[in-house]
Design a protein around this ligand. Structure first.
Ligand SMILES: Nc1ncnc2c1ncn2[C@@H]1O[C@H](COP(=O)(O)OP(=O)(O)OP(=O)(O)O)[C@@H](O)[C@H]1O
Ligand SMILES: [Mg+2]
Length: 810
């Protein structure tokens, strides 16, 4: 049920009160309001805050001040039970004084009264007539005024008045049905009123007007002008409603993240239409028709678009579906059905561009140049689908961008990390509110060509859940056999993706579903050695960071030693992302120094300045330094970021033969440590040790390095080496790292992650790596060039291993 507007504190709803109040007998006085009864000269005046009452109408009133209660009590004692209700001017806090009350009011008769336990009175009052308060003859205990009845003026039988009244009924009925505020009963009520003056008052009392506005209508005695003014108000209110409800209707409420933009656009469009800024429907349809023709769609798409256009033409612009179809057609005409960029088919030039953007990475560059060479011979070549796999910051994404530049194609990139919903790839069906095409089609629209280089970042991080499997949609995207007819749920017609050069990237290849892996040509970007990083920094990162931080021409010098120190002590990574960040930090520090101290002349940053500029060393670089005392061995760990070195440290103290392990080691790693000690103890004499020494001393083995996951058996060798070193006092060899599982019988078993481990060793400046003999085949899979300068020693037993890892003789 619709609620009427609330009244002021003194005059509130009486509805619903009947059940809880005590009715005071008020005789129904003298029949209905027919002939105008004579008014007494003086009547009590009840000031009303926030409301104006009109004659002829029944209105509820709430009375809860002392003063007003006295007034009502007095009125009830009079035979006619009449009073004048008059609106208060403006804001009044206390009991209004005579000059704060409007002089035109309404004479009302109390029809019913309920007394409530809290002493408030709820009244039903019946309007009798307009009245003028000539003056006030008393102010206490309540206002009493001398009143004169005000009669309507003008000919209420005139044609104009009748026409106006009829019109008003119609408009008001329409307003009521569109308004949530007005009760539907009012329609019947208004249609039943024959007297134009009463009609105007009835409608006026229900308008959404402030007190001043209503007071004006009350004071208008000419019926015709009152009707006109009320009518004008009704249309104004109706217009306001219309705008409101149209916007509300067209803008659906279920707003998801991707739908937000769409919603806003719909609103904007609606507002435009209201402002008359939108083009008219016919021109719009024509314009779309032209664009459909110009878009060069294949037959099926063209037929579909034309069909939708015909539907659009038939549909009123106000229909909710109108916007949906128009948005759909906008998508269709904006897609690059035909438009393709001309490839630059010059392998040499391409190579030059690729070299301009990235140092090294020859394998990928060769592959691209080769593709271009073949493409120049066979134009309709399907693009290879490449997948760059490697640790973060090794240039996978930026290489994609460079390839686009080399080929002269547009570049697009989407990140698939965390994508769980198939619809993100393939779009939502149009029946879905705020539906949009998937990200592939969105990317193509942005590219404006059908043959961009399209990087699909993080294919290894695609998720699967109840919303469907995005990787199955990716399968279709990446399958050269299928992707010429890729179907997006939103478009409903196939789009040809075969000219797109897709490049996927991943940090790890294993999480990529096998079916997807099989469709791609995997190219590894394993990470850079310290020397390669130095080159990348000098040629790319330093110039770029100086430029970005506005000190390109400030004479900043970063000598090789400084860059080497940054690489070794402030970064530990396979890629160069943190290196670039640190260089950026240096550039900013220098920029600030220049600005603050207005330093001029060359700013040469020495390695010694780094601690001041970048803070304390973040990574202990010096393997040699750490291995400078007994008990230290360098292990190798596999990490998702590409492998890392790991120190194993032991100390020995007098005790009862206990082995203490720290560094949050996993169970398997702890067992390796036990095995290492047992083996060593069993072979004590081979190493010139007294077996008793194990009983009389406690050993403590610790593996620092917080960031590396420490479990698995592969640190076995490093543990034996560390313990052997501390027990024998022989130093570990500097620049030797090792990996391998051990058995109690002294054998060395193969382990995983060999490739990442040897590359990590190389990055750390290790010269020799001790590996299980049976891992030789894994090393052979690593590109030879990457291992240049690394001495690899394959061992089958612990004894052999210790020969390489410990200095001096047994
Ligand atoms: N060989 C290189 N030569 C020049 N700059 C490089 C090279 N490798 C990486 N970079 C630079 O390193 C930064 C990081 O590269 P990019 O964002 O392409 O890494 P990514 O392999 O995509 O990493 P992620 O796996 O984290 O996405 C870029 O600024 C890039 O230009
Ligand atoms: Mg990337």
């Amino acid at each position: 049920m619709k609620e009427r507007e609330p009244m002021s504190e003194e005059t509130k709803e009486i509805r619903g009160a009947v059940t809880s109040g005590t009715e005071i007998a008020v005789e129904s006085g003298g029949g209905e309001e027919t002939a105008a009864p004579a008014l007494p000269d003086a009547l009590p005046v009840l000031p009303l805050k926030n409301t104006v009452l009109f004659p002829h109408l029944l209105s509820p009133l709430l009375v809860n001040t002392d003063r007003s209660r006295k007034l009502i009590d007095e009125v009830l004692r009079s035979p006619q039970r009449l009073l004048v209700c008059a609106a208060v001017r403006g804001e009044v806090e206390t009991s209004p004084r005579p000059d704060e009350v409007h002089r035109v009011g309404t004479v009302m008769r109390i029809a019913k009264m309920l007394k409530f336990p809290d002493d408030s009175y709820r009244l039903l009052v019946q309007g009798v007539a307009r009245a003028k308060i000539e003056d006030f003859i008393a102010e206490e205990p309540f206002l009493i005024g001398r009143v004169r009845r005000l009669e309507d003026v003008g000919d209420i039988e005139s044609v104009e008045v009748t026409a106006l009244a009829r019109n008003l009924v119609q408009q008001f009925v329409a307003l009521v049905s569109s308004s949530a505020r007005l009760s539907d009963e009012l329609q019947v009520l208004a249609q039943g009123v024959e007297d134009p003056s009463k009609l105007a008052d009835l409608v006026a009392s229900h308008l959404d007007l402030d007190v001043a506005g209503k007071q004006e209508l009350l004071e208008e005695l000419d019926v015709r002008s009152r009707l006109e003014r009320v009518l004008a108000e009704v249309s104004r209110e109706q217009d306001a409603h219309k705008v409101e409800s149209e916007i509300r209707e067209k803008v659906q409420t279920d707003i998801g993240r991707t739908q937000r933009d769409y919603m806003l656009r719909q609103q904007l469009e609606t507002i435009r239409q209201e402002l008359g800024e939108s083009e008219d429907a016919e021109t719009e349809v024509e314009r779309l028709r032209e664009r459909i023709e110009a878009a060069g769609m294949p037959e099926e798409a063209h037929a579909q678009a034309t069909r939708e256009l015909e539907r659009l033409a038939q549909m009123p612009t106000a229909a909710a579906e109108h916007g949906v179809i128009r948005t759909y057609l906008e998508w269709m005409v904006e897609l690059p059905w035909q438009n393709a960029s001309e490839d630059r088919l010059d392998p040499e030039e391409a190579r030059r561009i690729l070299d301009e953007d990235h140092y090294g990475l020859d394998k990928v560059k060769d592959r691209i140049v080769e593709y271009i060479a073949v493409l120049s011979l066979k134009r309709d070549l399907k693009g290879p689908i490449l997948c760059f796999v490697g640790p973060p910051g090794t240039g996978k994404t930026s290489l994609g961008r460079s390839i686009a530049r080399a080929l002269g194609r547009e570049f697009q990139r989407i990140s698939l990390g965390g994508v769980r919903d198939e619809a993100e790839i393939r779009g939502h069906r149009r029946t879905y509110v705020g539906a949009l095409p998937g990200r592939i089609v969105q990317g193509l629209r942005r590219a404006r060509t059908r043959n961009p280089v399209f990087v699909l970042d993080e294919v290894d991080k695609v998720g699967t859940d109840f919303r469907g499997d995005p990787s199955s949609a990716l399968l279709e995207v990446l399958d050269p056999e299928q992707n010429s007819t890729f179907s997006d749920h939103y478009l409903e017609v196939p789009f040809d993706l075969s000219q797109v050069l897709f490049i996927a990237t991943a940090n790890l290849i294993h999480p990529v579903p096998a079916a997807l892996r099989d469709r791609m040509e995997v190219i590894e970007l394993p990470g850079y050695t310290a020397e390669e990083k130095l080159e990348i920094a000098k040629r790319f990162l330093v110039p770029r960071q100086l430029q970005q931080n506005g000190v390109a021409n400030a004479g900043v010098e970063l000598p090789d030693e400084t860059l080497r120190a940054v690489i070794a002590s402030y970064t530990r990574e396979a890629g160069v992302r943190n290196l670039e960040r640190e260089i950026g930090a240096l550039a900013r520090k220098v920029a600030r120094r220049i600005a603050e101290e207005s330093a001029s002349g060359p700013q040469r940053i020495e390695p010694a300045d780094l601690a001041k500029l970048l803070g304390p060393v973040k990574f202990e670089p010096e393997v040699a330094e750490r291995t400078g005392q007994p008990g230290v061995a360098v292990g190798l760990a596999w990490t998702p970021a590409g492998g890392d070195i790991l120190f194993v440290e032991s100390t020995r103290m007098p005790g009862k033969g206990e082995l203490k392990l720290t560094g949050s080691l996993g169970d398997v790693m702890r067992e390796s440590a036990e095995a290492a000690r047992s083996w060593l103890r069993g072979h004590a004499s081979d190493y010139g040790l007294d077996p008793e020494a194990f009983r009389t001393s406690d050993l403590h083995l610790h593996v620092p390095a917080g960031g590396v996951p420490k479990d698995g058996p592969s640190a076995g060798i490093a543990m034996v080496s560390s313990l052997a070193s501390i027990m024998t006092g022989r130093l570990g060899r500097p620049d030797v790292a090792m990996t391998g599982e051990i058995t109690l019988r002294g054998r060395v078993l193969p382990v995983g992650g060999i490739k990442e481990k040897v590359l990590a060793a190389k990055r750390a400046g290790i010269e020799r790596v001790v590996l299980p003999a049976r891992n030789r085949k894994d090393v052979e899979e690593v590109e030879a060039g990457l291992l240049e300068g690394l001495d690899l020693q394959y061992v089958g037993t612990i004894d052999e291993a210790l020969q390489h890892t410990l200095q001096g003789d047994a």
